[in-house]
Ligand binder design. Structure first.
Ligand code: PGA
Length: 251
């Protein structure tokens, strides 16, 4: 059961280990222990160890990885595995981020496999779903996110579904400066919540946080977080600057 707001920073391909040290020094000085929220950092795989080390006195802050390979080990040069993520101390894994789907060509079948692997490794998968502008304009948003959600959950037992986190990130809003309105976000979060209820029932579904992501910034974070059924935020650009991210997590 995880209904504290979840505020997650997706650093994408930004911040070297040195940058991360400087970031944490500045960020932690501004952010005391927040009992009412869960914070998560998703640094790049080469920076994740530094962030975990930098947070050793702040165990309430979670660290995750942005991606893992669909197999736990083997001849896959250049990839990172769920076993490595667990061993280094990561707790969460992003699965099906829009850039994985649209830049790197990941399909629903990949997300099915990765979600199952992450759950088996007893890490928390954070499944990302979201429609393109074309799909939205064709009135297909609900259908697209439900399909992506169903694929993400297809390889999980109900008990594992109860332990996931979900992020709704409309593709047209990511990195574009165009944000969904709080009402748009609530509407789609409602669609996702109903799909979760029909899969695992009211009680388990109520414990799954659904985050909104896509051009969240200091100016719109509080309003989005206050919208019904929005249980957290997944933030890219505005999480890169320590002052900006500190002000969002305190919002
Ligand atoms: P953005 O990215 O906040 O820069 O739009 C969000 C994300 O991709 O998770």
């Amino acid at each position: 059961m995880h209904r504290k707001p979840v505020l997650a920073a997706n650093w994408k391909l930004n911040h070297t280990p040195n940058d991360a040290r400087a970031f944490l020094q500045r960020f932690l000085a501004q952010v005391p222990k927040l009992n009412e929220r869960t914070l998560v950092f998703f640094p790049s795989a080469l920076t994740v160890g530094t962030v975990i080390e930098g947070l050793k006195d702040r165990p309430e802050i979670w660290v995750g990885v942005q991606n893992v390979h669909g197999e736990a080990q083997g001849a896959f040069t250049g990839e990172n595995s769920v076993l490595m993520a667990r061993d280094i101390g990561a707790r969460v894994v992003l699965v099906g981020h829009s850039e994985r789907r649209h830049v790197f060509g990941e399909s629903d079948a990949h997300t099915t496999k990765k979600m199952a692997l992450v759950a088996q490794a007893r890490l928390t998968p954070m499944l990302c779903v979201g429609e393109t502008l074309e799909e939205r304009e064709a009135g297909r948003t609900g259908e697209v996110v439900e399909r992506q959600l169903a694929a993400g959950l297809a390889g999980l037992e109900d008990g594992q579904v109860a332990g996931i986190m979900l992020a709704y990130e409309p593709v047209w809003a990511i990195g574009t400066g165009r944000t969904a309105t709080p009402a748009d976000a609530s509407e789609i979060h409602g669609v996702l919540r109903r799909a979760l209820v029909s899969r695992v029932g009211d009680k388990a579904a109520a414990g799954i946080p659904i985050l909104y992501g896509g051009s969240v910034n200091r100016g719109n974070a509080s309003q989005l977080l206050a919208a019904p059924d929005v249980d957290g935020l997944l933030v890219g650009g505005a999480s890169l600057d320590a002052d900006s991210w500190a002000s969002i997590v305190r919002a």
